[in-house]
Design a protein around this ligand. Structure first.
Ligand code: N01
Length: 553
């Protein structure tokens, strides 16, 4: 290591970069390796955080752990890199993921081309020079031929505008911006707002540490056990020795997980068989719970059977009937919002120090200096408020970059009615800009390292092609963007995913955000084949231009 089949030639002072990459998470790290070490490009990563890790640099809240199994939540492009790392648990916690990413940065010698603590404030396409000019905090402007965003899908915190928050006498935190030094919750009365995947991970850990926890629930949620555990020596050896097969399965499945979805319908089995299958899946744990049948997300009546099983589990686990009823009063199909997995979430409500408040029935009126007041007038005294309220997902991190393309048209203008992309990779009118896991790609519907690797490799191959062919600009045609938008809508409408009105997949969690289903729900394997076909047909749907351009900075 590293695989350095190409070495960039030294850059003259003032000479533009070949590629500027924003973000040093999984996307930016692999993009740098691919462009610098395989293509020999002068590439630089700018990263607002102080180290590699991306989302995981910031997400350090109590209980923060990946819901993908560790052997699938890592790079799989190199067997050597794969074999050099041992995971300790079935699901890695945030600290172990950061250690892993540090290992990758060392092995691939990435840090010398990453500028940390560098926040991008604007990106403008200079049409005359055919360069991207990227301004960073402090005013410095960097110029590059290709601009590649690796800013993640869930990196822009969504903190609800609750009146009175500025006067709160205690401390408040968003889970995605958790203080690196940690927060001492010992002896504190904590209020947690939000019961998505994050809140469901955080509540058991907060309840174990704090004097008291009040969970403010707006939408009840399903969850099944993660069944996290240390990995045995045998299991670690199995993971190390089966790189090719694990990778093959991850590439073949809809969601990029290392397990396949059974090719049977819920309707093919008797009620007794269904219960046996679901009991076994519950005990086994993990996101695999939804993989027992092919029609869970396609057929409402099939889905209802799994939903009933899970609601019944909640009623069995939670001893207080009022809390149990509230937690099981779920208004959407199972897995139509991202299905959380947990380590004792429902059991947490059996603790004496945990309360549940239904803020759909009695909404939050305001934050007071001493806590949270509900519309009924009830006031809950708090020392700490934890916002597990999610993200301005997918478009938020890109819009924050203040990108303007040809003719000065901004990305915000282009996406005023919702994101419009071709394959989630490029936007019409923004030449030579590539978005890793952009809206319109499978991204958040998958185990993310899999779509990230696919995007990075596709983009690197595309850039290699452009250079070999003397093409100076690439952007999609408006017709290709329109057609892909229709395909993204069609794929979502074929599932139950688009039928949840309050889902962040639709942007419904952010006031004023256009309601457009953003990720591509047609499956990762199908998407990969489609992208390969587009490339094989000479980048069908893209406009490639060969005009002579100045390289002047
Ligand atoms: O965010 P969410 P999250 N008043 O948007 C509630 C990934 N992830 O951080 O449903 C009261 O899902 C909101 O209520 P409602 C994963 O992809 C990955 O939990 O809008 N409540 C909901 O309950 C996941 O899907 C891992 O009615 C308010 C919650 O806050 C994604 O991150 C681990 C409110 C937000 O849930 C986001 O999950 C964890 C308000 N004003 C998460 N505003 C991995 O394993 C919002 N809510 C990699």
């Amino acid at each position: 290591m590293p695989d350095s089949s190409a070495t960039p030639s030294p850059r003259r002072p003032g000479q533009p970069l070949d590629a500027l990459i924003i973000g040093a998470g999984f996307s930016g790290m692999y993009m740098l390796h691919r462009l610098r070490d395989r293509l020999g490009l002068n590439a630089l990563v700018v990263e607002r955080g102080g180290d590699v890790g991306g989302t995981w640099y910031w997400n350090r809240y109590p209980g923060a752990r990946c819901d993908s199994e560790s052997h699938s939540y890592c790079f799989a492009f190199s067997e050597e890199l794969w074999r050099g790392w041992d995971w300790s648990q079935r699901y890695p916690d945030h600290a172990e993921i950061r250690r892993y990413m540090n290992y990758v940065a060392e092995r691939l010698d990435l840090r010398r081309d990453i500028r940390f603590g560098t926040n991008v404030t604007a990106c403008a396409y200079d049409e005359a020079a055919n360069l991207w000019r990227v301004t960073v905090e402090g005013g410095e402007v960097l110029a590059a031929r290709y601009l590649i965003t690796g800013v993640g899908c869930l990196s822009t915190a969504n903190v609800p505008q609750l009146p009175g928050l500025e006067d709160f006498a205690g401390q408040w935190y968003h889970t995605g911006e958790w203080p690196h030094e940690g927060v001492d919750l010992g002896g504190k009365r904590v209020g947690q707002i939000g019961t998505g995947s994050t809140g469901i991970q955080a509540a058991p850990a907060i309840a174990a540490e704090a004097a008291h926890l009040t969970v403010f629930q707006r939408t009840a949620n399903y969850s099944s056990p993660a069944n996290n555990q240390p990995l045995s020596a045998e299991r670690k050896a199995w993971m190390r020795d089966n790189w090719a097969e694990i990778r093959r399965v991850m590439h073949a499945t809809t969601n990029g997980h290392p397990f396949t979805v059974e090719d049977r319908s819920v309707h093919d089995v008797s009620d007794r068989e269904l219960k046996e299958i679901l009991d076994a899946a519950w005990d086994f744990g993990g996101l695999q719970f939804r993989a027992g049948f092919r029609d869970v997300l396609l057929d409402e009546t099939a889905n209802a059977k799994l939903a009933a099983y899970l609601k019944n589990k909640i009623l069995e686990i939670v001893q207080d009937p009022a809390k149990a009823r509230l937690l099981a009063d779920i208004d959407h199909p199972y897995a139509a919002k991202r299905p959380p997995i947990d380590s004792g979430y429902f059991e947490t409500f059996n603790r004496d120090n945990v309360d549940l408040v239904d803020v759909r029935a009695d909404p939050i009126e305001r934050v007071t200096p001493g806590g949270i007041r509900l519309e009924s007038g009830r006031e809950i005294a708090l020392d700490v408020i934890v916002f597990a309220t999610g993200y301005d997902a997918l478009t938020g991190p890109l819009l924050k970059l203040n990108i303007s393309g040809a003719g000065g048209r901004t990305l915000a203008q282009e996406w005023a009615a919702g994101p419009r992309t071709y394959l989630g990779l490029q936007v019409a009118g923004f030449p030579n800009l590539f978005t890793v896991t952009g809206p319109g790609s499978p991204s958040v519907l998958c185990n993310l390292p899999v779509p990230i690797e696919q995007h990075v490799e596709w983009i690197a191959d595309c850039i290699a092609h452009l250079r070999a062919e003397g093409v100076s600009r690439i952007e999609p045609s408006v017709a290709a963007v329109e057609a892909w938008g229709q395909e993204v809508k069609r794929a979502a409408d074929a599932t139950l995913l688009s039928r949840v009105p309050h889902s962040w997949y639709l942007g419904a969690n952010v006031p004023g955000k256009p309601r457009v289903f953003m990720p591509y729900a047609g499956g990762m394997a199908r998407y990969r084949a489609h992208c390969d076909q587009v490339a094989a047909r000479g980048y069908e749907g893209f406009v490639l231009r060969r005009e002579a351009t100045s390289d002047a900075a």
